[in-house]
Structure formats: C-alpha cells, structure tokens
Design a binder for this molecule. Structure first.
Ligand SMILES: Cc1cc2nc3c(=O)[nH]c(=O)nc-3n(C[C@H](O)[C@H](O)[C@H](O)COP(=O)(O)O)c2cc1C
Length: 379
C-alpha cells in the first residue's frame, strides 16, 4: 500500500502499534514491524539504560523501521527520548509535550516525528513545531483520549493541518480502517486490538476478560489518574474511580515507579516537584490527555503563589498517576483484575479472538481493500 504514512516511515502498511506500557515491548513491536506495520516501543516504565537495551533488542528482532514513544510529561521521559535520539531510531512518537528541541535533533539525523494530539489546537501547535505527522486519538480510545470521537476529531484535524494524520481510537479491523481513510486519515493505529494477540505480553486473564466484555464495559474518567483515562469496567476499576485521588497511596506507589526506572525515590520526587522535563510550557490542569502542546493560554503574569503551587500541583497529579500506574501494572502483568485496573478501549466489544499480529494486519488490509472495491460499486 502507498499512503503518505507508508512513504514517510518506509513501511508496507499504514498500521501502527501505539506505545502501551508493559505491552509494547521489543517482541510485540518487532512482530508488528515484521508484519508490515510499525510498532512504538513504550518507554514509560523504562530507565534510560532499559530504553537503550530495548531499542537494541528491537534491532536484533527486525530490520524494519520502528518507533519509540515518549510521554514527555512523565518523569524520565525526556531522558528516554534522548536515548532514542542517540540510538538514531527511525521514528519518535511524542505526546504531552511539544518537544521542539527533540524534533530538531531527530530531524538532524533524518528521523521522523509523529506527535500524538487530541484537539485541533494541539494539532496546529504540533505541526508548527515541526512534527512530520500526527496521531489523532479519539474519545473511544483506551487510556488517554479526547473528549471528541474519532469520527468527528479526525476530519476536523485533517481540515486544519497539512501534514498526514494517523487515526486511532476505536479501530480494530478493515472497517475501522476504511472509515478512518474516508475521514482523511492516511494511517491507523490499533492499541486494544494489537494488545489482544498471540505475541502480546498481556496476561491471558486480562485478554479473556476483554473478549467477554462489550462496547459499553469501559469507564472514561479523570478520577482514576490525573487525566481522562478509559479503563475496563470491573469492580476494582469502579472502586478506583469512586475513590479518586489518594495522596498516601500515590506516594507509596511512587517508590515502585522509582525502582522500575532505576531512580532514587528522592530523584524522582525532585523531578516531579520541579515539573517533568520537556521543552514546552507546562500543560494546564485538567487539559484532556495525550495532547501535544498546551492550548491557547492568556498571557498572564505568574504570581509567586502560582509559581510555588505549580510544583505541588504537579506533584499531586503525579502521585495520582503513580497510584494508577501500580494498579495498571498489576492487571497487565499479573492478570490481577481484583486489585488491578486494566486499560481498554470501547472497541474491545467487537474483538472476539486472539490471533497472531500478522493475521490481524493481513486481514485488516484485506478487509479494507474489499471495502474500497465494494464502495466503488455503489452508484
Ligand atoms: C492495554 C493498554 C495499555 C495502554 N497503555 C498506554 C500507555 O502506557 N501510555 C499511553 O500513552 N497510552 C497507552 N495506551 C493507549 C494507546 O496508546 C492508544 O492510544 C489506544 O489504545 C488507542 O485506542 P484503541 O485501544 O481503541 O486502539 C494503552 C492502551 C491499551 C489498550
């Protein structure tokens, strides 16, 4: 297939595996790349050393282009992105941060940047800052999505920008792909779908639960972590949302995070309180998630009080996210749906099997091609 996205990334099919913590690991990333799509390594839970090791592992498993994802708002993410730059990865996916300096560094060695956005404003800002493509995440998506559905958000962004768009959120097959292309996208991403495959490291129990659940069995709330986030509807998910923010639990959870990132807890806490490193202004509180830059802000003088509160507020949000992080890890790695919380998209309700990655990609492309032919017959 030839679209602006296949040309930009040098891939066979414009199908993307997004970054999913503990899931988009080298083996799954490489499986997607070897099947003709492109996978993003999730670096959220990784230290810089583990990021480098994972990039090198991907290179052992595939000679195809791949990507590295960095959620710039998170502590340690910028450092991981710099490792990706040093390793000259073919594509860098950035979210929750504009990253102009990173973009320049990636372009300097000939790499490409795809920015994840959830609003038209953020799409325009990402384009202006030099992104080569946009990943537009709709409301249906697992984890952090938009307040607007993919059906409405994608054409709105396509109309506003000149760079190619990948649609993501609610896509699991060739029908979703055809719909996204009809809206003007030139590529699609599939998170929930590709996480329910033979090569996926997701615990069997979490996969089976999703197969049993319907399109309405998710919750979209900003009470689970600090951003709007879509989770699987389970008793523990409902409890977590009802309970909301719990500073003590968040602080406890941050010890786990520091350990997994090979950071001292003190270093993690300092980095949180001083605001995560990113070459962008800080995202205001309660901005819908996975945005690429801050929306238009009134130029206001920051008062000393605001300056003082900025760190603690970020700290509260991060503690909230840390709490979520531990719950998600439990469900993803251990299949613990009793205490853990699992991320899932609405599209889970139209997923009924656990095939190989290659099967998902091949049948998606076949179905897409058939739909194109069938639609062309309509007089
Ligand atoms: C199990 C699971 C885990 C995810 N983990 C992350 C994550 O760690 N960071 C992130 O930015 N997005 C994460 N996502 C969201 C995906 O990157 C993507 O935006 C979403 O899956 C797209 O919607 P879809 O599931 O309808 O395809 C996750 C998604 C799933 C299904």
């Amino acid at each position: 297939m030839k679209t602006k996205i296949t040309e930009l990334f040098g891939i066979e099919y414009p199908i993307i595996l997004p970054g999913m913590s503990w899931i988009s690991v080298p083996e799954l990333v490489a499986a997607v790349c070897n099947a003709g799509g492109i996978g993003y390594l999730a670096t959220g839970p990784l230290s810089p050393a583990k990021t480098r090791e994972s990039i090198r592992r991907i290179r052992q498993l595939t000679d195809k282009p791949f990507a590295v994802g960095a959620t710039l708002l998170m502590p340690g993410a910028y450092e991981n992105a710099l490792v990706a730059v040093e390793e000259k990865v073919p594509v860098l996916n950035i979210s929750l941060g504009k990253g102009e300096t990173l973009i320049k560094k990636v372009h300097a060695y000939g790499g490409k940047i795809i920015s994840t956005v959830t609003t038209v404003g953020h799409a325009l800002a990402a384009e202006k800052s030099g992104a080569d493509a946009l990943q537009v995440t709709g409301y249906e998506a697992a984890a952090h999505g938009s307040q607007v559905t993919t059906l409405v958000l994608v054409p709105a962004v396509v109309d506003a920008v000149k760079i190619p768009v990948v649609a993501i959120g609610g896509i699991a097959d060739g029908r979703g792909m055809a719909a996204a292309f009809a809206l003007g996208a030139e590529g699609v991403g599939m998170g929930t779908r590709l996480s329910i495959t033979k090569e996926s490291p997701v615990h069997e129990l979490a996969m089976q639960k999703q197969l049993e659940c319907g399109i309405e069995d998710t919750i979209y709330s900003n009470r689970f972590d600090a951003l709007y986030c879509r989770i699987l509807k389970t008793p523990s998910g409902e409890k977590a949302v009802k309970q909301g923010r719990n500073l003590a639990k968040g602080v406890m959870a941050s010890f786990d995070i520091a350990k997994s990132m090979d950071l001292s807890w003190m270093k993690l806490a300092t980095s949180i309180l001083s605001g995560a490193k990113s070459d962008k202004p800080e995202r205001p509180k309660d901005t819908p998630a996975k945005t690429d830059s801050v929306p238009k802000q009134k130029k206001e003088k920051t008062s000393l009080f605001q300056k003082m509160m900025k760190g603690p507020q970020t700290g509260m949000n991060m503690a909230h996210m840390a709490q979520a992080y531990v719950a998600i890890k439990k469900a993803t790695e251990n299949g613990d749906l009793k205490d853990g919380v699992y991320l899932s998209g609405q599209v889970q309700g139209i997923i009924h099997d656990i095939p190989t990655v290659a099967k998902v990609i091949n049948r998606t492309v076949e179905e897409f091609t058939k739909i194109q032919r069938d639609l062309a017959q309509i007089k």
